[in-house]
Design a protein around this ligand. Structure first.
Ligand SMILES: Nc1nc2c(ncn2[C@@H]2O[C@H](COP(=O)(O)OP(=O)(O)OP(=O)(O)O)[C@@H](O)[C@H]2O)c(=O)[nH]1
Ligand SMILES: [Mg+2]
Length: 124
């Protein structure tokens, strides 16, 4: 029997969500998974370590969604959070980059996106 729940994580399509703090990354992972996977608040820097959620998506198959800390985090701890976020990049097959500033050059984390990237403007 081909039970998708048995799919090892390495074989799943990894879809990671990036953006500044408070750009709506955790809200989006909750909406995409239709579950309360990640903590949402209006306090910038709510997400610290990356949050992984494996699930089956109709039409896509076995996926892992990854919520990350804001790439504009600050301070000593913020730097550590950014490192954790960057460590998810090699795992991501698809990156979703959230931004609210219409001038995208102000929102670019400066990372090289060598993978398919979806840019979504947060309707803030
Ligand atoms: N108006 C509006 N508010 C949103 C939207 N998405 C998220 N928010 C609100 O924006 C705030 C931050 O949302 P989060 O999903 O926690 O943002 P985040 O990017 O995960 O933030 P950090 O974890 O701090 O990096 C919350 O108060 C959300 O309710 C949106 O599309 N529109
Ligand atoms: Mg968050």
């Amino acid at each position: 029997m081909n039970d998708l729940n048995q799919t090892p994580n390495a074989n799943r399509l990894h879809i990671a969500i990036y953006g500044k703090r408070n750009s709506g990354k955790s809200s989006l992972i909750n909406a995409l998974t239709n579950q309360d996977v990640a903590l949402v608040s209006d306090i910038a820097g709510t997400t610290t370590d990356p949050v992984y959620k494996a699930m089956e998506v109709r039409g896509l198959g076995a996926c892992v969604f990854i919520d990350t800390a804001g790439f504009d985090d600050e301070g000593e701890l913020g730097e550590l959070r950014i490192q954790k976020t960057r460590q998810t990049l090699p795992k991501a097959d698809i990156a979703i980059l959230l931004f609210s500033n219409p001038d995208f050059s102000m929102e670019n984390p400066g990372w090289k996106y060598s993978k398919p990237t979806v840019f979504r403007s947060s309707p803030l």
